[in-house]
Design a binder for this molecule. Sequence first.
Ligand code: NDP
Length: 348
Amino acid sequence: HRILLTGANGYIATHILSQLLASPDNHFIRAVVRSQSKAEDVQSIFPNASPSRLEFVVVPDMTAHGAFDEALKSELPFDIVMHTASPFKYDAAGSPSDFIDPAVKGTTEILAGIQRVAGSSVKRVILTASFAAVGAWGLRDEKNKVYTEEDWFPVTSADVEARGSDKNFVYLASKTFAEQAAWEAQKADSVTWDLVAINPVIVYGPLLHKVKSVDNVNESMAIIWNKFLKEANPEGEIPPNGVPLYVDVRDVAEAHVLALDNPEAANQRFILAAALADSQKIADILRAVVPGANERVPRGTPGKSTFPADQWSADNSKVQRVLGLKFRSAEETFGDSGRQLLELIKAV
Ligand code: NDP
């Protein structure tokens, strides 16, 4: 395939890139980043990737009209577009529009760009959507709910106005509005591509992308660092539960790669959720498998779930059935996450 990949320097996208470059299928990837230095960072992760397999293009502002038009132009046309870029760093965003504009306009611009410049060559758009756009996040009764790909976060612009200072809520809305815009664009008569939405729950697992220090890891891995490992706190309280389901970053990347060719994936959403994991379970695994974690991670009451009896969950069968994805074990995901985070402190 000839693939345009946006947000190529991100946590998830560098894993996608790694798997695409390792594939025997000789894919060509044009990686979109926001600056030349970010292109250099990514190239340095894959020093052996030749220009015949990997090249870079800088798109400084994906909200600009025609933002991706130059990136999409190619003598040998692209047949796949993978759009991962979307704001997720809470520190980097001030107002709701800092999340919502790039999420929505980045999506609509790249889809309009395909229509304008790539003609009918693009056959599939793979969107890194989110379970953010699936859950009800408190707007509906979630007791005992098992979410499926049929469900949508019922958020409206009025909700965002009312809760504009809650960055997590605004992020969830941004991913919902962006995915809705993508499905809307897909319906146009002139469209030659189908859409595959990959909707991961919270993503953990090793980082491939460059970070300055452990305090600069991406938003989801920062949860493992801040809640479990940052302080030496073995006698402390188990932190409150976050998103109850998790998935490994390597499995998220693999789902994007499996979606390249599968005809049954056309115009489908896929929830990516390996399993439920409450904070006690995460703590138990970190303490059991990560050297040095015992001196940091709260002990709590090993083995005792901190979920309520009516905890909501999600059906993860569709991606296994249709794409053939197999999920890694919790020990592998949390073990590799914890080991790498503790290595990052030593590296400073
Ligand atoms: P990262 O923050 O590591 O990656 C985000 C990517 O998007 C980066 O390349 C970033 O570029 C780019 N980006 C952010 N804001 C903008 C903007 N305003 N304009 C252009 N590019 C921008 O996070 P992840 O890898 O985790 O996120 C990748 C995708 O996965 C996102 O769409 C996210 O919503 C989705 N996702 C992530 C989950 C998780 O738990 N990690 C769960 C579900 C979905 P730059 O480095 O220049 O800022």
